[in-house]
Ligand binder design. Structure first.
Ligand SMILES: [Mg+2]
Length: 187
């Protein structure tokens, strides 16, 4: 099965952006806390890490408000695949972030102005409100790392594809991809 690239959209954090890598680094740099990727087994990291939830909140707020300053990096392969895709399609993103501006600036920085012109970005502010935005964009496929979001989307008629991460393993029965090379093979 091949997907029409015009019909696919992407979540940003932990799909396009390596948000967990940045989280781990900020925890170390700003709070002297050692977190390993293997420890992050829940989407809500406060449920799996023995760290003051106030600190976790502060790190995520930092990442929401100033992703560039935090040194947020793209996931491996994401920029190459999106750059190629921009030659023949819009790039559709729906994030649960509350404010589109900081992450739009980040996308502009990592993709460059040329590719960024093809970006359509919606910020829902809510993990459970993505369906409406995905439908408004006319998309039929959506890639996300949050199992509950994917299960909800699938129940509402969208072909959800789970981007494999430790916190979504074994929490769904949906199609998955491991990385951007596998995503690119879908269209
Ligand atoms: Mg995400």
């Amino acid at each position: 099965m091949k997907i029409n690239p015009h019909l696919i959209g992407f979540d940003i954090d932990c799909v396009v952006a390596d948000t967990m890598d940045a989280f781990i680094r900020l925890a170390a740099e700003n709070y002297n806390l050692v977190v390993t990727p293997e420890q992050i087994t829940r989407f809500r990291v406060e449920k799996c890490l023995d760290i003051d939830p106030v600190i976790i909140e502060k790190i995520f707020t930092h990442l929401l408000k100033t992703p560039e300053e935090c040194g947020l990096k793209p996931m491996q392969g994401a920029v190459d695949v999106l750059t190629e895709m921009a030659d023949y399609s819009l790039l559709n993103f729906v994030t649960a972030r509350p404010d589109p501006d900081p992450i739009a600036a980040w996308l502009h920085a990592v993709l460059g102005p040329e590719v960024f012109r093809k970006v359509r970005l919606a910020a829902t502010g809510e993990h459970n409100d993505k369906t409406e935005y995905i439908n408004d964009m006319g998309l039929k496929y959506f890639v996300d790392d949050r199992a509950r979001t994917c299960i909800q989307l699938a129940g509402e008629g969208i072909n959800a594809i789970v981007f494999n991460q430790p916190w979504n393993k074994g929490r769904h029965n949906l199609p998955t991809v491991n990385n951007w090379l596998e995503l690119r093979a879908l269209w």
